[in-house]
Write a protein that binds this ligand. Structure first.
Ligand SMILES: *Cc1c(COP(=O)(O)O)cnc(C)c1O
Length: 487
């Protein structure tokens, strides 16, 4: 289907959506209000009917892919379906229209939500306290590292300046550590795809501030040596940080605090029902063990013996504020509604289904693609297109593009970096068996095409509004501004 004209090329002179009666009150000329030089002489807006406008925007909305239209198996992103009831809660005027400067006595309900969601997150983490102030996972990482630094400084250990990070880590981990002023040392993965414990033991020492671990790691594998890893780092005087962006595999089954972690972040916009991917508001809540609680950012929500909630700024050891007011409140509210509707059993079921679904996909794709770590995985599975590349010159990127022709959003490509031609699939718990079958059958069909008609795969996508982009040119010469033809 050829793309239809953009709205600026539509319409014709004089076409209108509505005609209003002549204004019967005095009208001031725009030039009285705005300096003349701010006014354009001519403004070439399209002249369109109401139906032109409705069709244009409806057509655009149909070109969108979303979780409401199909499976979104983007690994490490947890693109699950978020129940609409949580959106409705976030829109309740009593919450949505609050002003952050209202007196505490008039926002007791909102403070109660914050107090309770933080206590629920601390329970899920198996830690002493939590804050929902950071607005993204990376922001939660940064805050956690600020707290780690304050902790070491408070103990008179300013020389702990190295953060150890496995080479399978999400790119935000080394970026956050460097941003916080730490030196980053990479720890390799071993043949099992897990953190190389011997290498970690060699690296940990008197300069270690912390190790940042993702568990399950980005290969979708549970770090089974986690207790030993925590012991090694603690014995060396360092702290252990858990990148819990993908808590989907652990909810209600096990707790990072019990494994020995001292601090962690959650991505409420991945695991706890805030839609993401469009750059909207998020929340990288963190949880901390008792030793780190005094360093949490202000304000801290407290509940007095009379049951009244208040915001406490009197925290002498706090790292300060890391967000205006109290962070993205409506994101915390969605997470609160999500947790209340699921309850402890429901949360546990989320993790069990997320793990089952990933393993179902792994079992169905076995034989079609290389699976570097083909054993029980957690919430996601990493497959590799190495065979397709060696035999037919088809890369992971081509396979992803071809999936779009099948009407399916591609998985994450080329991450983790330690797997060549990686395709990282995270089906999430909200997909049915039928939906997983559609994905697996499309991948099976593409695997056949790779050997029979590789050119079709290499030229994909063929059915989308825009075909294969020159991705290098798009990055180097980013152009997102519309200009009328001929200008
Ligand atoms: C998504 C993710 C992050 C970063 O979260 P943002 O909200 O995008 O900053 C960090 N670590 C892991 C493992 C992730 O999957």
């Amino acid at each position: 289907m050829a793309p239809e004209p953009l709205i600026f090329e539509q319409g014709s002179a004089g076409r209108r959506s509505a005609r209003l009666p002549e204004c019967d009150v005095p009208v001031r000329d725009a030039s009285e209000l705005l300096a003349g030089r701010r006014l354009r002489k001519r403004l070439d807006l399209p002249e369109v009917s109401e139906l032109d406008v409705v069709r244009h925007f409806t057509r655009l909305s149909h070109m969108n892919y979303s979780i409401d239209t199909g499976i979104y198996p983007l690994g490490s992103c947890t693109m699950k379906y978020n129940p609409k009831v949580n959106e409705l809660c976030a829109r309740l005027p009593g919450f949505a229209r609050l002003h952050p400067l209202q007196p505490e006595s008039t926002v007791q309900g909102a403070l109660q939500v914050l107090f309770e969601i933080q206590s629920m997150l601390a329970q899920v983490a198996g830690m002493a306290a939590a804050t929902v102030q950071p607005s993204a996972g990376a922001h939660g990482e940064l805050l956690s590292l600020m707290i780690v630094r304050e902790y070491h400084l408070s103990r008179g250990e300013p020389l702990r300046q190295v953060v150890l990070i496995p080479d399978s880590a999400h790119g935000t981990n080394p970026a956050s550590a460097a941003r916080c002023g730490f030196k980053v040392k990479a720890i390799p993965a071993d043949a099992r795809g897990l953190t190389d414990v011997a290498a970690l033991a060699r690296a940990a020492g008197p300069d270690t501030a912390a190790v940042m671990l993702t568990n399950p790691n980005t290969l979708g594998l549970f770090e089974s040596d986690i207790s030993q890893i925590c012991r090694i780092v603690h014995d060396a005087g360092g702290l252990v940080y858990c990148d819990g962006a993908n808590m989907n595999a652990l909810l209600g089954l096990t707790r990072p605090g019990d494994m020995g972690f001292d601090v962690m972040h959650f991505n409420l916009h991945k695991t706890f029902s805030t839609p993401h991917g469009g750059g909207g508001p998020g929340c990288g809540a963190i949880a901390v063990g008792a030793a780190l609680e005094p360093f949490l950012p202000v304000p801290v929500v407290t509940c007095g013996s009379d049951g009244a909630y208040s915001l406490c700024f009197d925290r002498p050891q706090s790292v300060g504020a890391v967000h205006s007011f109290y962070g993205a409140f409506l994101v915390a509210l969605r997470a609160y509604a999500y947790m209340l509707t699921l309850g402890p059993e429901g949360l546990r079921n989320v993790a069990e289904m997320a793990v089952l679904n990933a393993n179902y996909v792994r079992a169905r794709l076995r034989g079609l693609f290389d699976i570097p770590q083909d054993r029980a995985c957690m919430h996601e599975v990493v497959i590799s297109a190495t065979r397709q590349k060696n035999e037919n010159g088809v890369r992971a990127l081509d396979i992803s593009k071809r999936l779009m022709d099948y009407g399916i959003h591609p998985p994450t490509n080329y991450f983790p970096l330690i797997v060549p031609e990686a395709l990282m699939i995270e089906p999430t718990e909200t997909e049915s068996r039928e939906a997983l079958d559609v994905l697996c059958e499309a991948l099976a069909s593409i695997a056949r095409e790779c050997s029979e008609t590789p050119e079709v795969v290499k030229g994909a996508p063929h059915t989308t509004a825009v075909s294969r982009m020159d991705e290098t040119a798009a990055v180097r010469n980013l152009d997102v501004r519309w200009r009328p033809a001929g200008v």
